[in-house]
Write a protein that binds this ligand. Structure first.
Ligand SMILES: [Zn+2]
Length: 178
């Protein structure tokens, strides 16, 4: 537990950001008895207890680096399929579910659609920011979903990604209402 907390920085927003190694998806890795496990999973084991088989440790804060036990919850695949059965879903609900399914596959990390686009096309954030004539920090805030782009910028993003990331997706990817 002490070695665990040594690698944590408590952020102003309440997240405990992992300072150790990160994996490809941005999750922290914690080494315990020569084995590596997800730092957020380790946090659950330390502060909360067992992780039942087939359950994921998910983030309420969308920050894969975060290991604050209060920002974690256990999620499962069944919850997703229950969602899928709901009828009359709006466009955003469908989008949300899609994001959620994607997240489950990746172990609950819910990346911003633009981040997925960058990842798939091997585009550096700095380069994209320059092209769209916005600052890096502005783009970072958008990717972290702490800031939603203006309509004008959303159009730019749509153009920049050649329509792969649509206007609707970036205005409010999670809880947006048309
Ligand atoms: Zn957090």
């Amino acid at each position: 537990m002490e070695t665990f907390m040594k690698k944590v920085i408590k952020m102003e927003n309440g997240c405990w950001e992992w300072q150790g190694n990160l994996n490809k998806q941005g999750y922290g890795s914690f080494y315990f008895e020569k084995k590596s496990i997800g730092a957020h999973r380790a946090s659950w084991l330390i502060f909360k207890g067992e992780i039942p088989e087939k359950l994921f440790v998910c983030h309420t804060c969308d920050n894969p680096k975060c290991v604050n036990p209060e920002h974690l919850f256990l999620g499962n695949a069944k919850m997703n399929s229950d969602d899928m059965r709901k009828k009359n879903r709006s466009f955003f609900q469908k989008l949300k579910e899609e994001a959620h399914r994607f997240a489950t596959k990746r172990g609950c990390y819910k990346p911003h659609p633009l981040e997925v686009y960058f990842e798939e096309n091997d585009i550096a954030i700095s380069k994209a920011a320059k092209r769209m004539k916005i600052s890096m920090s502005h783009l970072h805030r958008i990717l972290r979903k702490t800031h939603y782009p203006s309509l004008k910028l959303a159009y730019k993003i749509e153009r920049y990604t050649k329509g792969k990331v649509s206007l609707k997706e970036v205005i409010q990817p999670d809880e947006g209402v048309l």
